[in-house]
Design a protein around this ligand. Structure first.
Ligand SMILES: *Cc1c(COP(=O)(O)O)cnc(C)c1O
Length: 430
């Protein structure tokens, strides 16, 4: 595999950009390599600057559910761009987007557009505090909710990979207002409620975790959180930045039939452009400025290019509900192919999957939370990652990430991936 140009770019990037990348998860340091620089993408494929071609399972970390460079989304963006790239004023598209979102996710009665998942979650938590007049929030160990101060406590994938569970630079007063419970462990949540009576403003959860690798909620977990939040007057926030439009069109809240008070969205909702959103119960959302006193704003929020891409994406996804049936079939094909390899060679591996989100964990243990995710052998993962990359399969460069199937992956892509995985695993465990 030729990497001359990527290596040259990375050397220069290291001088100019911290770690050479604009988001830590893009670095290949934890897998002992330097990153490949991407030149273009189409469908299920990526091409790097050295001309290597890959079958992509990162999908820009989730947004590319229809594959890269989808012609209808490209057309919508180009058409919007011809009319101007930003107005900083109200547009029809924003109303259309709000209507689409609340149709797809009925728990969202009102919605505010922002520019990233991080903005969505940090605004939702401010809103929960404004609504309840309380300060503390609860999150789960290993869940990632963007990089705002309140959430960088046992914050999942990026931090887990770098071995820094809590970031410096977060004021202790803010850090201390964030309490952490164990995912899939209702008792640990109840213990926090008992220890801090009347002090919890909001609970935020990844309804299916993607950010310690894929970890599904155990039976009754989300329902239990819902009823405890109702009982204690706590705003229940489902962070569906990853799961929204991914595990089902209506997100995890539709899949599991549990209704949050607020929902945060990102990734797929922007069709590959920088977008986030938060919304939910009207009574709570009415507190947001200028309708209410909780301040939150954005120069580029509801940007016309981003709205065009997002609207086209959601319309494509809602127009053909069979997309989710296809995604399930493709993902199941990959999962069962890999499981055949695992069983045939008696490999100490565990798979987790919900729809088109999945992770192959390098541990024999069943992975249900942060502690069990951490039993994974990250050295073995690094070896597997490299062997896959060399065979033209692009995976996230960390054990603690979910992989994504897109509608553009063909059965041939998937079968090639399974053959590559068998070779990579045999080399890793030889
Ligand atoms: C990616 C992600 C975020 C952060 O979104 P950004 O757009 O990267 O700021 C928040 N929550 C979850 C669950 C995510 O997967």
């Amino acid at each position: 595999m030729k990497t001359t140009k990527s290596a040259r770019l990375f050397k220069k990037a290291m001088r100019l950009i911290p770690g050479g990348v604009n988001s830590p998860v893009r670095a290949f340091s934890s897998v002992g390599r330097s990153p490949v620089f991407i030149e273009k993408a189409r469908g299920s494929r990526l091409w790097d600057v050295d001309g290597n071609q890959y079958i992509d399972y990162v999908g820009s970390w989730g947004p590319m559910i229809l594959g890269h460079a989808h012609p209808q989304i490209l057309r919508a963006v180009k058409k919007a761009a011809d009319r101007g790239t930003s107005f900083g004023a109200a547009t029809e598209r924003e109303v259309e987007m709000a209507e689409l979102i609340s149709t797809v996710m009925p728990s969202i009665e009102m919605v505010r557009m922002v520019n990233s998942g991080t903005e969505a979650t940090m605004s939702a938590i401010r809103l929960a505090r404004a609504f309840t007049g309380r300060d503390k929030i609860i999150k789960f160990e290993g869940c990632y909710h963007g990089h705002a101060d309140s959430f960088l406590i046992k914050a999942g994938s990026g931090a887990m990979t770098l071995g820094v569970p809590d970031s410096p630079g977060v004021p202790s007063a803010i850090g201390n207002a964030t309490l952490t419970a164990r995912y899939n462990d209702l008792a640990s949540f109840e213990n926090l409620l008992a220890a801090h009576p009347g002090q919890i403003a909001g609970l935020i959860v990844e309804p299916v975790v993607g950010n310690m690798g894929c970890v599904p909620p155990s039976k009754g977990f989300l329902e239990g959180l819902r009823s405890l939040c109702t009982k204690h007057g706590i705003v229940f926030i489902m962070d569906e930045v990853m799961t929204g439009f991914r595990v089902a069109l209506g997100g995890a809240q539709h899949l599991y039939g549990v209704k949050p008070d607020l929902t945060t969205l990102g990734k797929i909702i922007g069709g590959g452009l920088p977008v986030g959103a938060y919304g939910g119960n009207k009574e709570i959302m009415k507190l947001v400025a200028p309708s209410g006193p909780m301040y939150q704003a954005g120069t580029l929020s509801g940007n016309p290019l981003a709205m065009a891409a997002g609207i086209e994406m959601i319309q494509l996804l809602s127009g053909k509900k069979s997309i989710y049936v296809q995604l399930e079939k493709k993902s199941a094909r990959l999962e069962s192919g890999l499981q055949f390899v695992i069983d045939k060679h008696h490999l100490p591996l565990t798979q987790n999957r919900v729809g088109s989100m999945f992770t192959l964990f390098f541990t024999k243990e069943r992975v249900v939370d942060y502690e069990t995710a951490k039993t994974s052998d990250t050295k073995k993962f690094a070896s597997y990652f490299s062997a896959m990359l060399e065979q033209g399969i692009y995976l996230a460069p960390s054990q603690f990430e979910a992989a994504f199937m897109s509608a553009a992956h063909s059965d041939q892509d998937i079968d090639r991936t399974i053959r590559a995985a068998e070779k990579a695993l045999l080399a890793t465990f030889s």
